[in-house]
Design a protein around this ligand. Structure first.
Ligand code: BT5
Length: 243
């Protein structure tokens, strides 16, 4: 056990999924700020039941947060910002693809899976973050390889996952504190500045069908606003940008 930037970091070699470990530990008394870190995941998860390939070399962590439930959608988006900031610090000009894919030249380098859970009579969010820092691309499944990249393959330099985590957690602290104290409008603007989906023509797959148009903004509650072909503003709360 040790502490990075005020967080308690619990380290594991292999877990099924750091999000699952975090949820188990929440049941056993873990609290806000606990970080679960693993060298690899046997069944790392993405959003909507998708998988997250987690070979050794990448960074796989989950952070326990305790936000107000009604602001969770925006918090999910904001959790991608520290990843982008850290990648930029290590010379990779990554951006966010709404909601929280981390991409570089159209290839995915990281992702965030936030899950809300009730434990010990209150609501928590487990923010799972995966980054291909030094993950060897040839260890990713073939279907993913063509659309993925890593910090190491783009910059040629191996980064210390501990240093990367520390940088990320420090920025997450800042974002999380701002979010809790009501600075959500400012953070939404900061998010938009890092988000390459804004001003793009997009096709968004949503639970209610496809939405096509131009992405114009992200609301302080985290929805993507798309101006469709007829000029109507459509707010998309949950979805995946497919084109
Ligand atoms: C995400 O889902 O991008 C969220 C990924 C979150 C992973 C972290 S790791 C720590 C924590 N514990 C977990 O179990 N999960 C979190 P989504 O937007 O659904 O993207 C998933 C898609 O990304 C897959 O369907 C693949 O196409 C692609 N993909 C999977 N593994 C990848 C990888 N390592 N690098 C790049 N792309 C990948």
């Amino acid at each position: 056990m040790e502490t990075i930037s005020g967080h308690e970091v619990l380290r594991f070699d292999a877990v099924e999924s750091t999000n699952e470990t975090a949820k188990e530990l929440l049941g056993e008394g873990a609290g806000e700020g606990t970080v679960i870190l693993a060298n690899r995941q046997v069944s790392g998860r993405g959003r909507h039941g998708r998988a997250w390939a987690s070979p050794p070399g990448g960074l796989y962590c989950s952070v326990v947060l305790a936000p107000e439930e009604r602001f969770v959608a925006m918090l999910q988006l904001l959790c991608g910002m520290p990843v982008v900031k850290a990648l930029r610090h290590w010379a990779m000009l990554a951006t966010l693809k709404w909601p929280n894919d981390v991409v570089f030249r159209g290839r995915k380098v990281g992702g965030v899976l936030c899950e809300g859970v009730y434990r010990r009579d209150r609501f928590w969010v487990v923010a799972g973050i995966g980054v291909n820092t030094n993950a060897p691309l040839d260890r990713l499944p073939e279907a993913v390889r063509g659309t993925a990249t890593s910090l190491k393959s783009e910059t040629g330099a191996e980064v210390s996952n501990d240093e990367f985590l520390e940088y990320m957690l420090r920025d997450l602290d800042r974002v999380y504190r701002g979010h809790k104290s009501g600075g959500r409008d400012v953070l939404a603007r900061e998010y938009m500045a890092l988000c390459s989906t804004i001003r793009q023509k997009v096709e968004v797959a949503t639970p209610g069908g496809k939405v096509r148009g131009t992405a114009v903004e992200v609301t302080p509650l985290g929805a993507l606003v798309v101006m469709d072909e007829s000029g109507k503003r459509v707010e998309v709360a949950d979805g995946t940008v497919v084109g």
